[in-house]
Design a protein around this ligand. Structure first.
Ligand code: NG6
Ligand code: CA
Length: 503
């Protein structure tokens, strides 16, 4: 508060006297979980309708070649906030729910850059970047956390919907915790008197298909164990309402612009337990209904901005953290009721995969009156959001930002049809995109994830695809184009070496 008042009374007055104020849009980053390239009706889905997202896309730029940095959540979010490829830092794979925070508070981050530039910053929803220093006492103030990397306000799902602890954490404190019923969380062994899905399948309202057989919360067994905190445990059915209400409250604070809101939905990650009012929204069961619920959440955000007459002054970005998966560990009829729906659209693979389905996701950028409605084939990556949003906000990117993120603000605003020259995709192996060429580095990993039935794209031989002619990555041209393979492997190594200063 003090800082804001000081800025507005002195520095702000000086600036105002010198030059007309450039528009500094609010930035709302809507970050869905596991939404695939083909999961929205504005990206071709037929069996689910996403009218709010479609409206956002109709009024903005809809990207056809936009990427997360990785094919799973934690590394993608790491890159999103730091502008650094996650492969540069050890320990940035999918985290357990009791992991320490993996972003070093001394690192440059998107929220801190905006906060230091005068933005009010908030994070609501899925975090999955770890909290605390490694030995979190969930009954005390939990830090470091979002505040230490630049979010003034936070209301978090600490890890994932399927991982303990199954409680919300607001500004570092577990919400609704009864001090007489303290919480304990562990991942190494069960608590003797706390029921698990493995030992008590009859207590479950949704059974696991693989894994997910540990502590039972709200009739659903999870990954990880927890004990206590009964009053604080979430109800999955209410989660979308709870986090949307928190996001709306953040947006509604009067006279507090510009703001930056990161809104990370639990939808459509497992367990997929949308509110019963979405029960019959699609014929696809919980996975389809969770997409409908996600669209509702987006609609509530849009309606709030509209009500506050902020649409002309707000850059709204919608995207996902990795590609789609159908059976990700619960018997939720996703496979049985999928029908003709194609979660990856025309792409091969999906979540966890080196193929395009792993990291190519929907991206919609909308800024009423500033962004011309269009479809863009520009190659863009979330690793660029730090530098690009800093530019849009009229701020200098932090000097020590690692080499990965670029200022792609022109591409993101629909003014440059090309975007990046190259980008790295991280899954079991690593891939390099250069224009329409896609090189997948040889890897000894499994070809198929037998649990999720995903083609992982691992192969001991190099793979090279020409996506301009073969978007579905079916014709490996590596043997015919050996020089290109050698050049792309060399370039990948050069990119990897360029960042060794960053751990
Ligand atoms: C996997 C989980 C999966 C999901 C994923 C992380 C099992 C068998 N599978 O290990 O259900 O939680 O991790 O998803 O436990 S992500 O979107 O957060 O990266
Ligand atoms: Ca995810």
């Amino acid at each position: 508060m003090l800082r804001r008042q000081f800025l507005s009374s002195t520095a702000g007055a000086l600036l105002a006297a010198q030059a007309p104020k450039p528009p500094r849009p609010n930035i709302v980053l809507l970050y869905a979980d596991d939404i695939g390239y083909g999961d929205l009706s504005c990206y071709g889905a037929q069996t689910v309708k996403t009218p709010n997202l479609d409206r956002l896309a109709r009024g903005g730029v809809r990207f056809t070649d936009a990427h997360t940095s990785a094919a799973t959540c934690t590394p993608s979010r790491y890159s999103l906030f730091t502008g650094e490829y996650a492969f540069r830092k050890k320990g940035t794979g999918v985290l357990p729910g009791d992991a320490k925070m993996i972003i070093d508070p001394s690192q440059p981050t998107l929220p801190r850059t905006l906060r230091e530039g005068g933005y009010r910053t908030g994070a609501v929803g899925k975090w999955h970047l770890g909290l605390g220093n490694g030995k979190v006492d969930w009954n005390q103030l939990i830090q470091p956390g979002p505040r230490e990397i630049g979010f003034e306000y936070s209301f978090l799902i600490p890890a994932t919907g399927d991982r303990t602890p199954c409680v919300y954490v607001e500004n570092g404190r577990v919400v609704g915790l009864d001090p007489l019923d303290p919480i304990q969380v562990r991942y190494d062994a069960p608590f003797p008197d706390e029921p698990t899905g493995k030992a008590n399948p009859s207590m479950l309202k949704m059974k696991p298909s693989h894994g997910h057989d540990m502590t039972i919360v709200n009739g659903i067994s999870r990954i990880g164990y927890m004990k206590g905190g009964a009053a604080a445990r979430w109800k999955d059915e209410d989660m979308a309402d709870v986090i949307t209400q928190k996001a709306v409250a953040f947006l509604e604070q009067p006279g507090q612009e510009p703001f930056f809101l990161y809104f990370g939905t639990q939808d459509i990650h497992v367990p997929r337990v949308p509110h019963p009012r979405f029960a019959n929204k699609t014929t696809m069961g919980p996975r389809g209904n969770a997409i409908a619920q996600l669209d509702w959440c987006v609609g509530e955000i849009l309606r709030t901005l509209e009500r506050r007459r902020l649409l002309e002054n707000t850059l709204i970005v919608f995207t996902s953290d990795n590609g789609p998966v159908v059976d990700d560990g619960y018997q939720d009829e996703a496979v049985e009721k999928l029908g003709s729906h194609k979660p990856t659209g025309p792409l091969r693979g999906g979540k966890y995969s080196n193929f395009e389905g792993g990291t190519r996701v929907p991206l919609i950028v909308n800024w009423k009156g500033h962004v011309k409605p269009a479809t863009s084939a520009a190659l863009v990556s979330q690793v660029d959001f730090l530098r690009s949003f800093a530019r849009v906000a009229g701020l200098a990117a932090p000097g020590s930002t690692p080499p990965d993120g670029e200022d792609q603000s022109r591409a993101l605003l629909g003014q440059d049809p090309v975007g990046r020259e190259f980008l790295v995709e991280q899954a079991g192996s690593r891939s390099l995109r250069q224009g329409a060429w896609k090189y997948i580095r040889p890897s000894a990993g499994a070809k198929i994830n037998k649990l999720t039935n995903t083609e992982l794209g691992n192969d001991p031989a190099p793979q090279l695809y020409d996506l301009a002619k073969d978007l579905g990555e079916t014709r490996n041209l590596a043997a015919a184009e050996t020089a290109r393979v050698v050049a792309m492997e060399a370039m990948l190594q050069k990119i990897e070496a360029a960042g060794t200063i960053n751990r």
